[in-house]
Design a protein around this ligand. Sequence first.
Ligand SMILES: C[S@@+](CC[C@H](N)C(=O)[O-])C[C@H]1O[C@@H](n2cnc3c(N)ncnc32)[C@H](O)[C@@H]1O
Length: 510
Amino acid sequence: MSQTSLSAPLPESLPAAGSAARLREALLAAAFTADGLLDLLGAPAYSALARGETVPALRATRADGALSALVRVFLLQESVPADRLAGVLPVDLCVADRWLVREGREGDVLRASVDVRPYGGDEGQDWFIVSDLGRAVGGAGGIGTRQEGVVLGVGGASTTLAGITVRTPVGSALDLGTGSGIQALHAAQHAVRVTATDLNPRALDFTRLTLALSGAAEAELVEGSLFEPVGERTYDLVVSNPPFVISPGARLTYRDGGMSGDDLCRTLVQGTGARLNEGGYAQFLANWEHVEGEDWKDRIRAWVPRGCDAWIVQREVQDITQYAELWLRDGGDHRSDPAEYAARYEAWLDEFEARKTVGVGFGWITLRKSAAAWDEPSVVVEEWPHPVEQPLGDVIRQHFELQDYLRAHDDAALLAGHFVLADEVVQEQIGAPGTEDPEYVVLRQHRGMRRATRVDTVGAGFAGVSDGALSAGQILDAIAQLLGEDGVVLRDRTPEAIRGLVGEGFLLPR
Ligand SMILES: C[S@@+](CC[C@H](N)C(=O)[O-])C[C@H]1O[C@@H](n2cnc3c(N)ncnc32)[C@H](O)[C@@H]1O
């Protein structure tokens, strides 16, 4: 039994989607699902597999059994005796439709032509992601391939984008740069029509297989770069995990956009304004350059198209050496000849030096088309590198609703408003151990973005009594009395703090 080499040529013709329904039935019957795998492999081997480590799963699937045979053939790229698969899969059909390839002198051994990986939907759906062999773990995990048109499976970036996507039912959704189709698959659950595009025609074939094998509705699949395949059409939702890597020259279609610096991400964000319907969301993962002498927030704020509100969250910044090493490793360059590796590393640093790039930010960009944004756009650009609780789609939708509220309420209206403290916000007193009074007080969210924010006595008191019964002004009057402060002064200076707490989701309008 041999594992398929990562440098083996990519199959020229992919499986036919017509047999996907039969194959799905057989896979489900054998419990080839996310839960089934966890049961069979156990948590450590299951997690190791998600990290691209196959040895524990190989050990766990030595014994006979339908599920073991499927794991071996589809996940571990092992050649499996045909008789082990005979009662499990419609073998002849799978061979005729190129899911499986016969090997051995008698054709008595089978191997998979593609990677088929169970993937659990948000509501427990049993889905499958079909991708090129051996590339099911992507991105920063170190895919180690030099094959230009390779189509990866689900990586950390894919699930991050799926988690932050606003899942309101919509008429139309566009998945730009669909790859093996994970975003299109999610979108198919809440969009009437899904369009998936990719520069790489193989990706569209994989997306068709992913949707069919997952039992999802078909999507419109269109080949081409950025918005070119969809022209002037507009959508209620646009999602893209684009080839955002900033690299000296394009090599790998799945990650290198082929434009200089962060131009691909900028072009994508700027071009989306005209492709969104009123109220529609566009959500991207992106990299952006930190350029000497320039505030990164100004750089990215300038990308936001007119007529859109935006929320941009920088999750991570890497210096240029960390960044170059990450993507050199991803492309397998660390395994190449040392001189070649050094030359590629040097090229990366040359490029950054020429562009005066000192670091690279990674994060999430959400745009929402809004009539109010033409006059008074809400553009929040922030750094939040701390752990969050996914899925965040509802939190992101709520962020924009809260910005709408703030935009529509001047300070007088805010003071007349009633607020409730969001669920699972706690107060923490921070100070040196043993001292009586805290140095400062922090409100912390236990859900969603898991934000923490420092508040003064008035802010803490205000949050504490915000149960929606009294208006903000009435609460401030009561606090003023309690603290012996001037109520007018307090009403004058507190709205800004209340705006901050509402904008970050600590306080919600009743
Ligand atoms: C990082 S992968 C993302 C795949 C998938 N959407 C996901 O979330 O895992 C980027 C995809 O964009 C495609 N792509 C690269 N350049 C493109 C371009 N100029 N226009 C459209 N798609 C492009 C690649 O072929 C690849 O499938």
